[in-house]
Design a protein around this ligand. Structure first.
Ligand code: M6R
Length: 364
């Protein structure tokens, strides 16, 4: 049931503080300030390589997780689109962990990749939202997201719940690998526990975002830029916009702009810049200024501090709460989801059932 909401997608966007909190409850011990995973019968500290496989939005969650696994646990991560994975005949070392991410647990390419990895002797872990799905049944280690049923074809709450689980998993790996002190683990737990309140604060800007939809709705092309763990959010923002508003959009690593796509910039191509203040802020802003110097119309998504520093020449700004870089990808998911949503509503497209798409892709 949609309750007071106009669309399932809108309802699911607004459920995120609740379902992320619900998901985190099974992975964190707040009192002890520790990460806690379901019972595992293999030795995590022996795992020295992770192969991550997924499609679409779940793939972008995996891209964010790669930053976390490498940063906290110093475990190298390979990541592939499930549809490409088997065809490159990947080299899988004995005892590696293969990690699959899927809302439905039924995506045909991801499931085929899972079975391939099983044949290759990998330990199989799966972050899945549907507990009765094929992937949930076939995994050695099931890491459920507790997002509840996701009806909108465009994935929203499943994504932020995947990120919550993956952050906890990366921290767990880091603990087992002896890479995190007790204090550092406690700090990560504390930041993750702040996520639901920060998601709520992000949702408070719904009206501002709705009121700027008219700036994007007439565009033929839109670019999204981000850096570091927020680069996958640029990809996710572009995917959301394409899916439900049918506007051509691309996500780019901010620093890659000047290697080609900057040639696209003119006053008709809005550029959405994701730039939370933090270690990558200055660099991202200088890429943003390169865009502005060529007449690019920028929408800056940042916190109050970032907007005060760099928001002046933008056509619009979207203010996010100031968050720790660890949870920025969760929080910045909200404005890109809402922007796509309101643009689609302004264009009158079918938000929950966009053309040519199915909720679960069960053919390869
Ligand atoms: O159920 P899955 O997470 O395996 O689905 C993967 C993709 O099909 C899915 O994320 C798709 O890209 C969404 N429509 C994105 O909003």
């Amino acid at each position: 049931e949609k309750g007071n909401y106009r669309h399932f997608m809108q309802k699911e966007i607004f459920e995120q503080p609740t379902v992320v909190a619900q998901t985190l409850r099974s992975y964190l011990r707040p009192v002890e300030q520790q990460v806690a995973l379901p019972q595992i019968d293999f030795d995590i500290s022996a795992i020295d390589r992770i192969t991550l496989v997924a499609c679409g939005t779940s793939y972008y969650a995996g891209m964010v997780a790669k930053y976390w696994f490498e940063q906290f646990a110093r475990v190298p991560v390979d990541i592939d689109f499930a549809s490409e994975f088997r065809y490159r005949d990947p080299v899988l070392s004995e005892g590696g962990l293969a990690l699959f991410i899927s809302q439905s647990g039924e995506t045909a390419d991801t499931l085929a990749a899972l079975r391939h990895c099983r044949e290759q002797g990998q330990v199989i872990a799966a972050v899945v939202n549907v507990p009765t799905s094929s992937m949930a049944r076939e995994a050695d280690l099931l890491l459920p997201t507790h997002a509840g049923p996701e009806i909108g074809v465009a994935s929203t709450k499943a994504f932020t719940c995947q990120l919550a689980v993956l952050a906890a998993l990366a921290a767990h790996f880091a603990v087992k690998k002896g890479r995190l002190s007790r204090e550092e683990e406690a700090e990560i737990v504390e930041h993750l526990l702040e996520a639901p309140a920060c998601l709520n604060a992000a949702l408070d800007h719904d009206d501002d975002i709705a009121s700027m939809a008219h700036l994007i709705a007439p565009a033929r092309d839109v670019l999204y830029l981000g850096r570091g763990a927020d680069f996958p959010l640029a990809l996710e923002g572009a995917l959301k916009l394409k899916e439900i508003s049918y506007i051509h959009a691309e996500g780019y690593a901010a620093g890659e702009m000047k290697h080609g796509p900057i040639a696209l910039i003119d006053e008709n191509v809005p550029v959405i810049v994701l730039a939370p203040s933090g270690p990558l802020f200055e660099k991202t802003v200088s890429n943003m200024q390169e865009v502005q110097a060529r007449g690019g119309q920028v929408v800056l998504i940042s916190d109050a501090e970032g907007i005060a520093q760099a928001g002046e020449d933008c056509i619009a700004t979207i203010e996010m709460p100031k968050v720790h870089p660890l949870i920025a990808p969760l929080v910045y998911a909200v404005p890109v989801q809402l922007l796509a949503y309101h643009v689609a509503v302004a264009k009158g497209t079918d938000v929950d059932q966009p053309r040519n798409l199915a909720k679960s892709v069960t053919v390869e």
